[in-house]
Design a protein. Structure first.
Length: 414
């Protein structure tokens, strides 16, 4: 869903002379150029219905410049009272987090929603797969709302149900499907979670990935790890003693996954070729650069980062681990954090007695997470307050059943 924006005058437009009553001259007219469809899309002034889940709000989306947005959000939330429960993911922008009843990672938030059965509406300020998980874990009487349907996850979208089914067929043809256990990261679609449940696998988070893999290897000889190759590799190699040669990467865009039958048969870890667009940006150069700039800095990164980055870091852990590590860090210590920028900025603000910097020099927000902004939240809350349910996320019964099987297996991990 594209954000509505108010166009602002450029410097050229302000300074360009014009006759009284004449139409303002725009920068594009001065330069004699026309904006491309892609440029308009990136500016939020156009839509591409073929590539986005939702690009229209039924009703009027408040302008980002509306000075009353905060008060409107407060009023709508107060009108709904206990009927609404707002979840805010750690990577959300501050203007949205302000209205969250709880904050956390995707699985914690889904469980928090399930623990509030009196809440008729669950407004999930996160991305699509998170809202699906909340719908799976909450009761049939609760409705999960995603303020912007275009808030997806590039990693989750890297593994479709059709692609994973083709991969399983390849494993079957290689004669190894019956000894392979799927382990799917929480950051996956409901369809992939359901596939995992159908085939006797489990879901994992970045906090319990090792326990999930240990359980999986007690059930079979191999693991198909979906959809984040880096979390799978880092857990197997760094924490469980596997070698990188024990891992192969299955590329769904290549015939046969880009691997031979022999490679599949020899591998212990079959890693899906997926990654986080934010954590995948951090490089070994980023680590070396920050160490040269800040003597004694502690480098703390998320396990979704590349293996060479994780190997060069001082500490590695989930989002919750990162938060707790900084809470416990001594005053005066210096930290370079390799995770989403909204969270890093919030941590730096919360710990003024510590030097906390973003690991990379390049600004990198989670672009899809940032689709949830205050105008979309206000629109969703006001719509609900007026009795109109918008952007409801619903998982069909069969998918929900098998996805829940995989999630419950995670909860039962030793």
């Amino acid at each position: 869903m594209m954000n509505s924006v108010n166009s602002t005058k450029s410097v050229s437009e302000k300074n360009a002379p014009r006759r009284k009553g004449a139409k303002p001259v725009t920068t594009t007219e001065i330069l004699d150029v026309q904006p491309t469809p892609l440029a308009l899309l990136l500016l939020g002034r156009a839509a591409d219905p073929k590539s986005e889940r939702g690009v229209e709000c039924p009703g009027e989306l408040p302008a980002p410049s509306d000075p009353d947005l905060v008060e409107r959000a407060r009023a709508a939330k107060a009108k709904l009272g206990e009927r609404v429960f707002v979840l805010g993911h750690h990577y959300q922008r501050d203007e949205v987090i302000e209205f969250a009843d709880v904050t956390g990672d995707s699985f914690k938030l889904a469980r928090d929603a399930a623990a509030r059965p009196q809440a008729e509406y669950i407004v999930f300020c996160g991305v699509h797969f998170m809202a699906e998980s909340a719908d799976i874990l909450t009761s049939a009487d609760q409705q999960v709302i995603l303020p912007d349907l275009a808030a997806g996850c590039s990693m989750a979208d890297m593994a479709s149900a059709e692609q994973v089914a083709e991969c399983w067929d390849a494993l079957t043809e290689a004669g190894i499907a019956d000894v392979t256990v799927p382990v799917s990261y929480m950051n996956s679609s409901a369809d992939i979670k359901a596939f995992t449940g159908r085939h006797g696998g489990t879901i994992c988070t970045s906090s319990n990935a090792r326990r999930a893999l240990e359980w999986a290897f007690s059930q079979g000889e191999k693991v198909l790890f979906l959809p984040d190759q880096h979390l799978g590799r880092n857990t197997a190699v760094r924490e469980m003693g596997f070698s990188r040669d024990d891992c192969v990467v299955y590329n769904p865009h290549k015939p046969g996954g880009g691997v031979t039958v022999e490679q599949l048969r020899e591998a212990k870890m079959i890693l899906w070729r997926g990654h986080c667009s934010v954590h995948g940006r951090f490089s070994l150069d980023s680590v070396e650069d920050v160490r040269s700039r800040i003597p004694g800095v502690n480098v703390l990164v998320h396990p979704e980062c590349k293996h060479e980055v994780v190997s060069a870091a001082d500490y590695v852990g989930s989002t919750e681990y990162i938060i707790k590590a900084l809470d416990a860090a001594p005053a005066g210590s210096a930290w370079a954090i390799g995770t989403e920028l909204n969270l890093v900025r919030r941590l730096a603000k919360a710990h003024p007695d510590k030097q906390i910097v973003f690991l990379d020099k390049t600004v990198c927000f989670c672009s899809t997470m940032n689709r949830i902004d205050l105008p979309h939240l206000v629109w969703a809350l006001e719509s609900l307050a007026d009795g109109t349910v918008v952007n409801r996320i619903q998982v069909d019964e069969e998918t929900e059943h098998y996805a829940k099987v995989a999630l419950e297996q995670m909860l039962a991990l030793p």
